[in-house]
Write a protein of this length. Structure first.
Lengths: 397, 269
């Protein structure tokens, strides 16, 4: 069974680079952004075309990036730098302004390197290390106001509250629709896979937002027709995997491909390039400060330190999403030198173990040399959770 | 009227050796062990054929075959493929039901595996992209000292001192070893240091999965008495004495699973 709208979305993605070229020729500006806390609604409301810079999986570009960034920077950042060095990516080519945030300091470093070596126009949004304190929130509001001012300069216009309200409403609708679609992939007898939904989420990084919402709504209608009453339940030993950890951008499908190849079924994620940024974003006030605080009060990125392990919002959300998806095990993906997630692997494993949820850490990079070793680990993990589920089912009988 | 005998085989194709174990019902019937060649299918078949020949059987006598090891992804002779992690767990549990922790050191990787009373894996960790603590590493060291691989452990145990090694990277350890030899250190003492350095590195895997008695040591490196002693000292444990060649444990586990899968599939009652 295929969801027809997905084909339309793939076709629209193929056409998108040309579309951007034409839009720029007509005077529109494209903002390439990356960072967990970049308030995209502000970029959109200022009339820019927002494009998310998130690519991975190309070891050659990592090597190119390593000539400018440190070889100790994570492979994602090195690939981004490499892509700017080559300037062959059709989306990177079309960016007029770049908006990076400092949630992860490696991201901040990429901004510095790209500005210094490739003379690109970069705006950086500072992010506090402690967002629970009033001082942290105040700092971020000031940063968001400054970020808005810098973008206004580049847009040649002031931020209009009515336009910002429209952008917030549009993005809220996108998030709401994505959440509804996401439910279907984890359902029993699912008509859409997690992989398809993951691609669908990432299509939103590139497509026109209004059109994207329409396509999402059409996808949802189609899904509701195909499966009127989806129910999420663990179906015996189907190897239900939840993916957590470092981001998996477009172009990087190594781990996902391995999980599928060894018979695992991905049913959920809390990836920065997955569903997580679209959850729990509550913008209470239509202003740069209101939007910024909405972003800051979501589930925090792993780059921000734990203040209290027991009440950590990221771990709490991880638990909640695992429960919702009825996942039987977590594959925790850490990219080489992605310190925020790599450093926290052990305690994440320990915290989940208390709830009987097994976690496998897969530490990797974009080179293919570790493919077989990864495959063995993932396959053994899938075997482990299937055997556990089978034993539990036998005991229940 | 003759009663049909049921034979189940496990074939474990590793980077350095291919192993096969044939079970007749619940008992080990025959085994085969050959060096791995470049063709993993051929290596697996050689090991299987050796076991068949030893037992006076032909492949058609086998009810079910499970392939494991890195060669499992290309094992057309097998009914099913299972990872070596699951197989080592089953193999160790078959021999010693009290085992809860397995150290598996093979030709190209090293694993820490925790299992339950049924031989099911509850957690595991593997060495990262590095040859430290593997058969390949020890092969390189044997080459440096120009001794047989199987003599390395005994030589290390004959040491009067422990020469500390700062590196477990195969390339750096080789050059460090050459420097130590040039400095006049005795080979046995250097090897003692090498074995302890590897054992300490392996301890890190157990920090991730924990350790519980009884502890079993499997894989080709488990035949190295110096490594066994160094691990016992580093982990402060006593390793269970294996009843069969520890290099055969993965193939044994595969054979145990072959028996179990074929029963589930109704191939015998």
């Amino acid at each position: 069974m295929t969801v027809k709208t997905l084909e339309v979305i793939r076709k629209r993605l193929d056409e998108r680079p040309d579309e951007l070229r034409k839009a720029r020729a007509n005077g529109q500006k494209v903002v390439g952004w990356t960072g967990y806390n970049v308030p995209e609604e502000i970029i959109h409301a200022l009339g820019f075309i927002p494009i998310r810079i998130a690519i991975g999986g190309d070891d050659r570009l990592v090597e190119v990036g390593g000539r400018y960034a440190s070889s100790k920077n994570c492979v994602f950042i090195r690939e981004i730098v490499g892509a700017f060095a080559e300037n062959e990516d059709p989306y990177i080519q079309q960016t007029d302004v770049l908006a990076f945030d400092a949630t992860c300091l490696q991201n901040f470093r990429a901004a510095e390197v790209i500005e210094y070596y490739f003379k690109r126009d970069v705006v950086v949004l500072g992010v506090p290390r402690n967002f629970y304190w009033e001082e942290g929130q105040e700092y971020f509001v000031n940063e968001a106001n400054e970020f808005t001012r810098l973008l206004e300069e580049r847009a040649g216009a002031k931020l209009d509250t009515v336009k910002l309200a429209a952008s917030v409403a549009l993005y809220n609708d996108i998030r709401k629709t994505l959440k509804s679609i996401y439910f279907f992939q984890a359902a029993k007898d699912n008509v859409i896979s997690w992989e398809e939904v993951f691609d669908l989420i990432q299509a939103g990084d590139l497509l026109d937002k209004k059109e994207y919402l329409i396509l999402l709504q059409e996808t949802l209608i189609e899904l509701q027709e195909l499966q009127p009453d989806p129910v999420i339940e663990a179906d015996g030993a189907d190897g239900r995997i939840f993916i957590s950890g470092s981001l998996i951008p477009r172009g990087d499908r190594k781990l996902i491909g391995i999980i599928n190849a060894v018979g695992g079924r991905i049913v959920g994620d809390d990836l920065w390039t997955g569903i997580l940024p679209h959850l729990d974003l509550d913008i209470k006030e239509i202003s740069p400060a209101g939007v910024a605080l909405g972003y800051l009060n979501r589930t925090p990125h792993a780059a921000l330190p734990y203040l209290d392990l027991e009440s950590d919002r990221r771990l709490k959300k991880l638990h909640e999403l695992i429960d919702e998806s009825k996942a039987q095990g977590v594959i925790y993906h850490t990219l080489r030198y992605c310190d925020p997630f790599t450093f926290k692997a052990k305690e994440t494993k320990d915290v989940l173990a208390k709830s009987g949820i097994p976690l496998l850490e897969i530490h990797t990079e974009y080179a293919g040399s570790d493919y077989e070793a990864m495959r063995t680990r993932v396959e053994a993990f899938v075997e482990m959770i299937k055997i556990k589920a089978e034993s539990a089912a036998e005991v229940a009988v | 009227m003759s009663i049909k005998r049921n034979f189940f085989a496990g074939v474990d194709v590793g980077s350095l050796a291919a192993k096969s174990v044939i079970l007749e019902d619940g008992e080990i019937f025959a085994t085969g062990l050959v060096p791995s060649g470049v063709d993993s299918v051929e290596s697996g078949l050689k090991a299987l054929n050796l076991a068949l020949e030893t037992g006076g059987l032909i492949q058609e006598d086998l009810t079910y075959i499970v392939g494991t090891g890195y060669g499992r992804v290309s094992a057309p002779y097998a009914n099913k493929a299972v990872t070596e992690i699951t197989c080592h767990a089953k193999g160790a549990n078959y021999l010693h039901p009290s085992v809860r922790t397995i150290i598996d050191m093979g030709g190209q990787d090293c694993k820490a595996i925790r299992i339950d009373q049924d031989g099911a894996v509850v957690d595991f960790a593997m060495n990262d992209k590095c040859a430290a603590g593997t058969g390949r590493f020890l092969e390189v060291m044997a080459g440096v000292f120009k001794v047989k691989l199987e003599d390395l452990g005994a030589l290390a145990l004959s040491a009067t001192e422990l020469v500390p090694m700062s590196s477990t990277c195969t390339v750096f350890a080789e050059s460090e070893t050459i420097s130590l030899v040039a400095r006049g250190e005795k080979p046995a003492n250097i090897l003692n240091g090498i074995h302890h350095a590897i054992a300490n590195r392996i301890s890190g895997l157990f920090a991730r999965v924990g350790i519980a008695s009884d502890v079993f040591f499997s894989g080709g490196v488990a035949k190295n008495t110096g490594m066994k002693t160094a691990i016992e000292e580093a982990l402060k444990v006593t390793i269970v004495k294996p009843e069969i060649d520890p290099q055969l444990i993965g193939a044994l586990g595969a054979a145990v699973l072959a028996r179990s899968f074929s029963k589930k599939e109704g191939l015998w009652a």
